[in-house]
Design a protein around this ligand. Structure first.
Ligand SMILES: C[S@@+](CC[C@H](N)C(=O)[O-])C[C@H]1O[C@@H](n2cnc3c(N)ncnc32)[C@H](O)[C@@H]1O
Length: 218
């Protein structure tokens, strides 16, 4: 799975990782409790942007990535867990982020979980795939379109359209995993439906990036 690519990234490699690709959250992290969903080894949380954060936690389903991250970055709190069932209490975090990991998850369930573990007014940062990014990936040399990849691409397109139309993401019939790309105009709709406000969404070179805040109930 994708995370294997991220497993062996050491602290030295962090400096060379193009953080701009999936982006850094544009929030001041000092004194904040921060959670990354789908963090792989957690290397992103070691960026200087997180200096002074009160807590830096990360979860990922990839046990190998988490084990590597625990060795490399003992200062982080890394757990093997699914974004669909976040093992923290209600309202624990000031900021929750997810970089290019939501596309592989059951997004409505994960957004509800993110909202649950965030404080009212808390910050959300997420990066997503869009169709343009998938096209760019396909056109990159070294990514030949085999029949298996074509079948998977067919699934991704169908699952993305189904999500847009019905709000539900069907899993791959052969593995039970999910993958979608998003339509830029859909992102504010899905974030607002999940209880977020002040939504922004922009396209970077490869991804869509969004920010939002959890509603403060009056
Ligand atoms: C493309 S990688 C992104 C890693 C990291 N966020 C970054 O910016 O480099 C996607 C990550 O999401 C994780 N992932 C996929 N499905 C997940 C789920 N349901 N719950 C938690 N993590 C998941 C994968 O194991 C992988 O580490």
């Amino acid at each position: 799975m994708v995370a294997v690519d991220f497993c062996n990234r050491g602290r030295e490699a962090v400096a060379s990782v193009p953080f701009q690709l999936a982006g850094l959250p544009p929030f001041d992290m000092r004194g904040k409790r921060v959670l990354e969903i789908g963090c792989a080894t957690g290397y992103h949380l070691t960026h200087s942007a997180y200096e002074g954060a009160a807590e830096r936690c990360g979860i990922d389903i990839d046990a190998k990535a988490i084990a590597t991250g625990r060795k490399l970055y003992p200062e982080l709190n890394l757990l093997v867990a699914r974004g669909e069932a976040i093992p923290f209490g209600d309202g624990h975090f000031d900021a929750v982020l997810s970089r290019i990991a939501l596309p592989y998850m059951d997004i409505p369930t994960v957004l509800a979980e993110m909202n649950r573990v965030m404080k009212p007014g808390g910050y959300l940062f997420a990066s997503w795939h869009d169709w343009q990014g998938i096209k760019q990936w396909l056109l990159t040399p070294g990514h030949p379109l085999t029949w298996k990849r074509a079948l998977d691409l067919f699934y991704i397109v169908a699952a993305s359209i189904a999500y847009r139309a019905s709000g539900r993401i069907p899993p791959r019939p052969w593995s039970g995993t999910r993958e979608t790309f998003q339509f830029r105009k859909h992102i504010p709709i899905i974030l607002m439906a999940a209880g977020f406000v002040d939504v922004t969404c922009e396209r970077s070179e490869f991804h869509l990036r969004s920010t939002a805040r959890k509603t403060v109930k009056r």
